[in-house]
Design a protein around this ligand. Sequence first.
Ligand SMILES: *[C@@H]1O[C@H](CO)[C@@H](O)[C@H](O)[C@H]1NC(C)=O
Ligand SMILES: *[C@@H]1O[C@H](CO)[C@@H](O)[C@H](O)[C@H]1NC(C)=O
Ligand SMILES: *[C@@H]1O[C@H](CO)[C@@H](O)[C@H](O)[C@H]1NC(C)=O
Ligand SMILES: *[C@@H]1O[C@H](CO)[C@@H](O)[C@H](O)[C@H]1NC(C)=O
Ligand SMILES: *[C@@H]1O[C@H](CO)[C@@H](O)[C@H](O)[C@H]1NC(C)=O
Ligand SMILES: *[C@@H]1O[C@H](CO)[C@@H](O)[C@H](O)[C@H]1NC(C)=O
Ligand SMILES: *[C@@H]1O[C@H](CO)[C@@H](O)[C@H](O)[C@H]1NC(C)=O
Ligand SMILES: *[C@@H]1O[C@H](CO)[C@@H](O)[C@H](O)[C@H]1NC(C)=O
Ligand SMILES: *[C@@H]1O[C@H](CO)[C@@H](O)[C@H](O)[C@H]1NC(C)=O
Length: 765
Amino acid sequence: MCDKQVSAATFVFFVILCDVSLAAIEKTNDNQKSTYIVHVTKSEMPTILNHHSIWYSSLLKSVSNSAEMLYTYDNAIHGFSTRLTPEEARSLKSQIGILKVLPEKIYKPLTTRTPQFLGLDKITHMFPESNTTSDIIIGLLDTGVWPESKSFDDVELGPIPRSWKGKCESGQNFSVANCNKKLIGARFFLKGFEASVGPLNATTQFRSPRDSDGHGTHTASTAAGSAVKGANLFGYASGIARGMVPHARVAIYKVCWEDNCVASDILAAMDAAISDNVNVISASLGGQAIDYDEENLAIGAFAAMEKGIVVACAAGNDGPTNSTLQNVAPWMITVGAGTIDRDFPVYVKLGNGQNYSGVSINDGSSFVPRTFVPLVYAGNASVKVGAELCLTDSLDPEKVKGKIVFCDRGNISRVEKGLVVKSAGGVGMVLANGEIDGEELVGDAHLLPTAAVGFEASKAIKMYLQQTQNPTATLAFEGTKVGIKPSPIVSAYSARGPNPITPEILKPDFIAPGTNILAAFTKFAGPTNLDQDHRRVDFNIITGTSMACPHASGIAALIKSVYPNWSPAAIRSALVTTSYASYKNGKKILDSATNAPSTPFAVGAGHVNPIAALNPGLVYDLTADDYLNFLCALNYTSDRIEAVARRKFRCDAQKHYSVTSLNYPSFGVVFKPVVRSPIATVIHERTLTNVGVAGTYKASVTLDIPSVNITVEPNVLSFNKNEKKSYKVTFTTPNPPKRRQVGFGRLEWSNGKIIVGSPISIMWE
Ligand SMILES: *[C@@H]1O[C@H](CO)[C@@H](O)[C@H](O)[C@H]1NC(C)=O
Ligand SMILES: *[C@@H]1O[C@H](CO)[C@@H](O)[C@H](O)[C@H]1NC(C)=O
Ligand SMILES: *[C@@H]1O[C@H](CO)[C@@H](O)[C@H](O)[C@H]1NC(C)=O
Ligand SMILES: *[C@@H]1O[C@H](CO)[C@@H](O)[C@H](O)[C@H]1NC(C)=O
Ligand SMILES: *[C@@H]1O[C@H](CO)[C@@H](O)[C@H](O)[C@H]1NC(C)=O
Ligand SMILES: *[C@@H]1O[C@H](CO)[C@@H](O)[C@H](O)[C@H]1NC(C)=O
Ligand SMILES: *[C@@H]1O[C@H](CO)[C@@H](O)[C@H](O)[C@H]1NC(C)=O
Ligand SMILES: *[C@@H]1O[C@H](CO)[C@@H](O)[C@H](O)[C@H]1NC(C)=O
Ligand SMILES: *[C@@H]1O[C@H](CO)[C@@H](O)[C@H](O)[C@H]1NC(C)=O
């Protein structure tokens, strides 16, 4: 679990997650205060109070004499956050005008080659990037920024867009002069963190937008970093590093501190980002999915969406377990992660002549066992429980010294295991995937020569260890290779569907590069983020859906720059319907968890394809009201809807609302048992808008589940320019089902040139 979380973000995050449990944050007894986020009905403000902040204060005073306001919010939600005892919170909840009193939630922060891999290097002559994308502003909710990184160089950029209303805040080791025409804004939000977790440790953190962790610098440069020649990590992945939209502007909202990003700070940042006029919000952070009206990040995203701001989020790193998706609100873009065509191969050669490939980044500073040295199973060199996992202080130096040590993955971060082996005197490490990790190989900048090997190789090497008197091995590092493996492959850690909140909304939307991504880094921490890592690098290679998200945010920004009037839903539709689910040879994208073809629960529509997304032909558009109708279909009360939408919206009791008529660019089909009928039926309704030239599109369907029939009516649609056309998809199956298996398929509309594809998932309740 913890190991997963590491790939999620960075390793500091992991350490905190595993050692300091959330219990420390959530401990509350009846007279202890904790943070609450209070959502109000603004229309019920007494008219004699002429400002909402006065009203909020009086509401607060009515339940507590001592409570201080942490933040008041005006854009992301209507309301405020404060510290209350559970009793005070209950009493506040009963006051007129109070919609919800939600407890604080702690979220976790979850590219030289990527532009070429995505085909973005070909885009320059298609769209003169310099004068379209430079008006776009991407806001990142993350760990801050290292402003001196060359990725934030502004030499190629003209004046700051006039739409920008934000600011550059100064603080510890950060001044207004650190902002420029690339890094146009930098703010930090930590009142909520300090209230819940405790005072910031200013020796390990900067009380300013400066990034001590590296995660935020990495995501910001992935989305919109300026081109930097000669970028690399210890010689690996060397080339030009550039973000998806190198001329877009970056606005940093630092909300994550020591691995915790608390909702009250996140909402304050979103409140600011909305009034600052960003065009895209990129949030590489997440927490367990909960209902939309309890999920502050989703609520803030709703307000952003209403303002035309695209919100892209990481899907989470708790895969390959089913139903682990985070950030699943239908007004967000949910991004899973895959590999790219670049590899860092290392070969583990055993004394018996067998040779297994793995992945590694070796800094070249330590002795490399190029000739045979003893290989030892960590579980057989134990002084403490957990030696097989190479847990801290678990290895016997006598049995490890001068050897290559075989460690199983899990429980602590991958790079910590390297530190444990190195401290015990080992000269190398074989880091062995378990079954759950499959063949996913993460390249970490370990503190000693290391080979990360897949589950198959790990079984074989373990067998050799068991069967051999004096096992030996060598490690051979082969640097950076491109195109040696099929790519993309879905990463095992990438969170999986079905959508835990609304299975009819198929998530993730798509995948983007997330494994072994090179981008800018902090100079305050080493590439492993371990305290003992004294190396400093300009660029780091890290892994997670955190890395996939800014690829999507950047590409969304690109689309926005070409089509400034498109809604966030139209932009998402373009990204979804043009994603590819198969390789050029027609075979489905593989899943590294199973080494088998992936399903839409892992890839969504497939891998993002930015060039095609710029010309999607047709889009599935949505307005804010469509989402409100969707909430009506979920039987939300008017108060619950108001908590999401900050306004009154009454569902019409006469009207039939259906989750399956939300105009989403994919189909999550859920059959429910029906009484006394031989057939169960599910109908999805959709409307396509022609954003290309006039033409006729024909529907075609593939389904891998013979017990389900599907019809599309009409199955031919002719469009004039900008015309909208509706259609209906009917799914039928025998009732009760013979088998409750899961099925997948795809619906494509094609005019012979452009394919508008939607993934389909089918399940039974
Ligand atoms: C982009 O710049 C070129 C030349 O600098 C100019 O001709 C063109 O009109 C500009 N396009 C837009 C959309 O501003
Ligand atoms: C931060 O500022 C202090 C005081 O000026 C300076 O000593 C320190 O080196 C700076 N730290 C970084 C990481 O720039
Ligand atoms: C801050 O972090 C440093 C380095 O980990 C540690 O030595 C120090 O004790 C911490 N300070 C506080 C107040 O926790
Ligand atoms: C996860 O879902 C897949 C279908 O996508 C199914 O085959 C598998 O059995 C599920 N795994 C578990 C543990 O439920
Ligand atoms: C191991 O095998 C790979 C090909 O599978 C080869 O490229 C490499 O040179 C071999 N290494 C050794 C040390 O034999
Ligand atoms: C490793 O983690 C698992 C799951 O959290 C736990 O059950 C197990 O006890 C841990 N092992 C050790 C040696 O700490
Ligand atoms: C661990 O040591 C035991 C006893 O010497 C041996 O039987 C076993 O095969 C070893 N396991 C591995 C994986 O090396
Ligand atoms: C909403 O309520 C109706 C009527 O009670 C029910 O048929 C429907 O299943 C409910 N929908 C959801 C999503 O709970
Ligand atoms: C599916 O289609 C076949 C062929 O048209 C038909 O025989 C069968 O009854 C249909 N099944 C359902 C559940 O609609």
